[in-house]
Design a binder for this molecule. Structure first.
Ligand SMILES: [Zn+2]
Length: 198
């Protein structure tokens, strides 16, 4: 290993994807990868570490295109929340599944996050002001989403899919009755536009 090989640099994304390319990526997510990403997020959630007596566990998988990769050559980053200390519940020290996956993607030079998937049996991070069928990103993570949107790493039409798998019963087609809430980043931030004034 040379010292030079151990130097990490942040590089601005070289390629701004067109709306048409993005629509293809979202289509790939919905039709090729979504089911596996939900299943992986559920398994990541099982590895989560929570300080609470009744553990609060979230798993996340993120589909990206990394710098230098061609459109369609996707990467997936996985994470879970790691919150061993009840006294550190703000900022980056509160390591949510979503923020851990965002860090992993940024560390590996993601130039575009196509989709963020979370799975949890929880419904609320403590803010019950919005009605949910599934856990939404917390205020801290929404702020990070805004920052990545400003950097162009997330787009308004990137997908945020929140899944609640607490109901493990199956329908007549043997499909789990998991509650899914899918939004674009734009729709999620519109729902939480009161963050800006809070
Ligand atoms: Zn969070």
């Amino acid at each position: 290993m040379s010292p030079e090989s151990a130097v990490r640099r942040y590089e601005e994304p070289e390629h701004a994807f067109t709306d048409g390319e993005m629509a293809e990526f979202v289509d790939d997510f919905r039709h090729r990868f979504k089911k596996a990403m939900i299943q992986a997020a559920a398994r990541n959630r099982d590895n989560a570490h929570s300080h609470r007596p009744k553990p609060f566990k979230v798993g996340c998988t993120m589909m990206t295109i990394d710098g230098g990769n061609l459109p369609g050559d996707y990467s997936v980053y996985s994470a879970y929340n790691f919150t061993p200390d009840a006294t550190k519940r703000r900022g980056w020290e509160k390591t949510c599944a979503e923020s851990n996956a965002m860090w992993a993607a940024l560390e590996h030079g993601a130039s575009l996050i196509v989709a963020i998937v979370t799975v949890s049996k929880e419904l609320s991070t403590g803010d019950d002001s919005k009605a949910h069928d599934a856990l939404h990103p917390c205020r801290d993570c929404r702020d990070k989403i805004r920052q990545l949107l400003g950097m162009g790493i997330l787009r308004k039409d990137s997908i945020v899919l929140n899944v609640n798998d607490s109901d493990n019963s199956e329908d007549e087609l043997m499909v789990h009755k998991w509650a899914e809430e899918e939004r674009t980043v734009e729709q999620l931030l519109e729902l939480y536009k009161d963050d800006e004034v809070a």
